[in-house]
Write a protein that binds this ligand. Structure first.
Ligand code: HEM
Length: 446
């Protein structure tokens, strides 16, 4: 057990620290024979499930790490009737498509548009071949009791782009530290274990005992229109006098995200990128949006970072007042991975996407309504958050497919308003529960 008293060998590995592999395959399945599935869950799946302890170990790394999570429909299929205490999980993501800002389910992967997905298996490894072999082995073992409905192959981008999402920005910098488990880096949010793990200190929900140390997994397949995004930047360089047009375009992209492509926060490096800062984990998250020693940020000043910037919308820090763990319960642990190929020369010269690519988004929390859904709907999609006339989050803010107004991006003119299309298109997803290993062994299997 860790200092927080967490039983890390009972917590699936992806939840707190991510699988940390370059390839990850998501396999969405339907249970066709519950009795047989329960037997196979114990005999064939449980031995392959990777715990946090295993992922942290330098000596017990599996070739391919595996995690499994179930939708509400999946629990129903297994005869589990306990209420897990999360109404959004119970309803399923399909029921909430419009609430999330999607224009219905017109853009959804058909398999997500319904409640036939019973669960997802995550396979993570260094190579696609490893993942494929673990996948085919398990599919064969489960052929009598489950069918694969859909799969999505995630992969880190190649070469110097490794760790960067498809728009080009370094990702995976800022996740909350769980109190007592991780030592926070400067500027990292510190959350009670129960904000991420069900049944732990800080989780106010009513849960069945067997669910303790599980977590809700919000999955979204988010298509990114990279050539279109790049054209928008090229067409709208910010008119900062000291910058060339190309630099003004880079600044626009950085102010939309809140970080430069290197990861350097624009709040700390407001005019040009600073790759040394971006690469330094002791500095690249060490800011609050407020002046040193202040509890609140200045509600009139966007010169160093737009209020609408993606990382400011999804974690407002001192915009809500400090200390953050007393002003916000809205944190998630992100563990997504890019999917799809690099942009082709044909696509970049036409500025039009013709091959799908994007982010296989994974967010963990103990309460979807406080976590993923809150970030998406109450903050990113809300033009009045964090102040009136902030506009949408330019990266993920969704307006039912209609154009989005974003303000605060031009440091030379805060009244300069941008109207933009969706550069991120939701292809849907599902809500899952990633149970503790003890529940896989006892409650869910036979
Ligand atoms: C941070 C990109 C979807 C929530 C970031 C960062 C990038 C990024 C580049 C900065 C790296 C870091 O701080 O770790 C994207 C892209 C998305 C996407 C391209 C879609 C294709 C989402 C969604 C949510 C979300 C759907 C939640 C609803 C966050 C949060 C942070 C973050 C909470 C960290 C903020 C902080 O702690 O300062 N994202 N993101 N992102 N994103 Fe996203």
């Amino acid at each position: 057990a860790s200092a927080a008293g967490l039983n890390l060998s009972n917590i699936q590995g992806d939840i707190l620290i991510g699988m940390r592999k370059n390839k990850e395959l998501f396999v969405f399945f339907n249970i066709t024979n519950a009795t047989d599935f329960k037997i196979k869950l114990r005999s064939n799946i449980l031995p392959l499930v990777t715990s946090t302890t295993q992922l942290l170990s330098t000596t017990s790394q599996p070739t391919t790490a595996l995690n499994i999570a179930f939708s509400h429909a999946g629990f129903t299929a297994l005869g589990i009737t306990d209420n897990l205490g999360d109404p959004l999980f119970t309803a399923g993501q399909f029921a909430g498509a419009t609430t999330l800002g999607d224009p219905g389910t017109v853009n959804w992967v058909p398999q997500f548009a319904g409640t036939t997905i019973h669960g997802v298996i995550l396979f993570a490894s260094d190579t696609v071949a490893n993942v494929a072999s673990a996948h085919s082995g398990l599919i064969a073992a489960l052929s009598s009791c489950a069918t694969e409905l859909y799969s999505l192959q995630g992969a880190a981008r190649p070469g110097a782009e490794q760790g960067h999402e498809h728009f080009g920005f370094l990702d995976g910098i800022s996740n909350p530290a769980v109190q007592g488990f991780q030592t926070p880096l400067p500027g990292q949010a510190v959350v009670p274990p129960g904000e991420i793990l069900v049944g732990e200190t800080g989780d106010s929900g009513t849960r069945p005992a067997w669910a303790k140390d599980g977590s809700f997994l919000a999955f979204r397949q988010l298509k990114q229109l990279v050539p279109e995004f790049n054209k928008f930047l090229t067409d709208n360089p910010l008119p900062v006098p000291s910058l060339t047009a190309a630099q003004g375009s880079d600044l626009l992209g950085a102010r939309m995200v809140g970080r430069w492509k290197s990861g350097a926060p624009v709040f700390l490096s407001p005019v040009v990128d600073n790759p040394t800062l971006g690469a330094d984990p002791t500095q690249n998250n060490d800011f609050t949006y407020a002046a040193p020693g202040q509890t609140f940020s200045d509600p009139t000043d966007q010169t160093k970072c737009a209020f609408s910037a993606h990382i400011r919308k999804t974690r407002p820090r001192a915009d809500l007042g400090l200390p953050e763990n007393q002003t916000s319960i809205h944190h998630i642990v992100r563990a997504g991975i890019p999917y799809g190929p690099e942009v082709t020369t044909v696509e970049s010269s036409a500025s039009v996407t013709s091959v799908e690519r994007g982010l296989a988004f994974v967010g963990y929390q103990s309460n979807i309504g406080n976590g993923f859904q809150f970030l998406q709907t109450a903050w990113a999609n809300n033009p009045s958050f964090v102040h009136p006339n902030t506009g949408f989050d330019p990266i993920i803010g969704a307006n039912a497919g209609l154009p989005r107004v974003v303000n605060g991006l031009d440091p030379t003119d805060p009244t300069h308003s941008f109207t933009m299309i969706d550069f991120v298109v939701s292809r849907g997803g599902e809500y899952f529960f990633s149970p503790p290993l003890s529940a896989i062994q006892h409650k869910l299997s036979a």
